[in-house]
Design a protein around this ligand. Structure first.
Ligand code: GDP
Length: 302
């Protein structure tokens, strides 16, 4: 239900498709497909996916395989679902069997990184896991205060940098050590998010990754990139860069409740071949939802 309301702006953008298909007849196909194409483009599905979907629909209409507006609508929904399932099926967190599992959250400032980390802590704790937070954003002064508020709110312990020690990799390594010694299930690591074009940030993320891997073999289990859903297709270059440098295992797409560009969910999965694992659909503590491709498709093409 929350996912449904969280995508209302994108759904409004795409509602025109319903009207078009309601009155569709064969003679009208070109005009209808043109408008359908336009609706997908303004919702940020991106040209590649849009053209592929529209041309497949055209072929199937012309060959007589699709014979009614509702069949066309179903075929449209299915093609989007197939795209998501083909390249982004592993939507569940892969935490391995070693304790603690380590999840690093990365992304540029303002995207919703700290908020998502807090919401994720809340969710995983409610599922029964013992969670430790690690304040690895040692660059922005207010970041660890913000995370401490989340620690209190969720009742999770937190490791912050010691006075005068600001190396992110040391904080994370210290947190993972504590997690190991004290039987935590998952360590959720915040990281710095100054501009992604800043080379030293990428260096720092690599150092963080190495540091936690020294404490627990094969950690981090997940590196989740937080992307601001209101930026639509503009998130693609950022996603590529983070992936090339640190290797992303999943996305958290935030602020989709405020975005009419929800098609970017499909585009980012298709372009990078990495699953969306969670979506942010509001500011409340429960507004981070595990991504469910079918629920998403039903929410945007209601
Ligand atoms: P950070 O700099 O990446 O750590 O970003 P923050 O976590 O501080 O979030 C920036 C702003 O975005 C805050 O005002 C959050 O409340 C807001 N925000 C984060 N996720 C969502 C979301 O899914 N929906 C909405 N509406 N706002 C969000």
């Amino acid at each position: 239900e929350k996912v449904f309301s969280g995508f209302s702006k994108t759904r409004d953008n795409l509602a025109v498709i319903d009207e078009l298909l309601l009155y569709w007849n064969l003679a009208d196909t070109d005009r209808v497909l043109d408008e359908l194409e336009e609706a997908l483009l303004v919702s940020d599905f991106g040209p590649k996916i849009t053209i592929k979907i529209v041309e497949t629909l055209r072929e199937d209409i012309m060959s007589g395989k699709l014979k009614s507006g509702s069949e066309i609508k179903d075929a449209l929904k299915k093609s989007v679902l197939d795209l998501l399932n083909k390249k982004g099926k592993k939507t569940e967190l892969q935490l391995g069997s070693r304790k603690p599992a380590v999840v690093m959250i990365v992304g540029v400032n303002g995207g919703g990184k700290t908020t998502s980390l807090g919401k994720l802590a809340y969710r995983l704790k409610n599922e029964g896991a013992k969670i430790l937070l690690a304040a690895g954003d040692t660059f922005r002064a207010a970041a660890s205060d913000q995370l401490e508020i989340w620690a209190e709110r969720t009742g999770c312990e937190i490791v912050v940098a010691e006075e005068g020690k600001t190396k992110a990799s040391s904080v994370l390594s210290q947190a993972v050590k504590k997690g190991k010694e004290q039987g935590f299930d998952i360590v959720l690591c915040d990281t710095s998010g100054r501009l992604h074009t800043n080379f030293s940030l990428m260096e720092e993320l690599i150092a963080c990754k190495k540091a936690v891997g020294k404490v627990v073999p094969r950690a981090p289990n997940e590196i989740l990139l937080v992307l601001d859903g209101t930026t639509g297709l503009n998130m693609l270059p950022q996603a590529r860069e983070f992936n090339e440098v640190v290797g992303i295992t999943g996305f958290i797409l935030t602020k989709l409740d405020g975005s009419a560009r929800g098609g970017c969910v499909v585009s980012v999965v298709d372009e990078l071949g990495i699953p969306v694992k969670f979506v942010g659909v509001g500011e409340g503590v429960e507004d981070l939802q595990p991504f469910d491709a079918e629920a998403f498709v039903n929410a945007i093409f209601s």
